[in-house]
Design a protein around this ligand. Sequence first.
Ligand SMILES: C[S@@+](CC[C@H](N)C(=O)[O-])C[C@H]1O[C@@H](n2cnc3c(N)ncnc32)[C@H](O)[C@@H]1O
Length: 248
Amino acid sequence: MLSKDVPTELARLRALEELCDPISTAIVEHLSPEPSWRCADVGAGAGSFASWLAQRAEVVATDLDTRFLTPGERLTVLTHDVTGDPAPGGPFDLVHARFLLETLPSRADTARRLTRWLRPGGHLVVIGVDLSVAAFSPHPALRAAAEALLDIFTEEMDLEPTFTRGLPRLLAEEGMVDIRAAFHPLVVGDGGPGERVMRATFEQAYGTMIATGRLTAEQVDAARDWFGQPGHLDILALMPVVTARRPA
Ligand SMILES: C[S@@+](CC[C@H](N)C(=O)[O-])C[C@H]1O[C@@H](n2cnc3c(N)ncnc32)[C@H](O)[C@@H]1O
């Protein structure tokens, strides 16, 4: 459903980058990266953040499927499974993981391993996506589609929507310091990048929703029609942003 073989997946990832790159770049700029820094962007997707970072530091961009990633002067691209493969270099001054951990089967173990890839004083930046807020949407047509999507994510793809929200406690147990969390809304109905991400995700999932009896064709039509109507604005997800540092 969200494989890179799906023809619309690249456009969906580009919308995700438009939504999230301002968040990632603001955080990293605040950390004042130095040219000598070694950084890892794990599950780098279509690579815009890794490319931005490679203008400031040395970067390895990893992904299970690297077809949308292009190496550059200070940007190494590596086919790599973050759940089991050895660290892709390091020790790192910065490890960045976005829209990744909640989708992984061994998400907690993977998060712990990422902290061990850091040099003392190195920074971990995790951005997640928590769709649970969609269950309380006051818009029935949108809520039905969001609930069906969340069902597929949790029941068929084993996604844990609140994982990043719970990450601060895990990081504290790992001895990480300066742990911070912030939450950004993913807004739909405004025609912005959040809406483009969610509409593309819905479109790629509608077939499965209907085939598994989670939504009828009429409900799919109603969800599609919801967009672009006056007053149709809502939040479909929260994006938790968790940052922490390995003690020096
Ligand atoms: C939703 S995309 C997010 C891409 C990028 N981080 C971003 O925010 O723009 C998730 C990415 O993680 C990759 N991925 C999934 N499982 C992975 C794994 N076990 N190891 C490495 N990458 C993985 C996928 O191939 C996909 O490119």
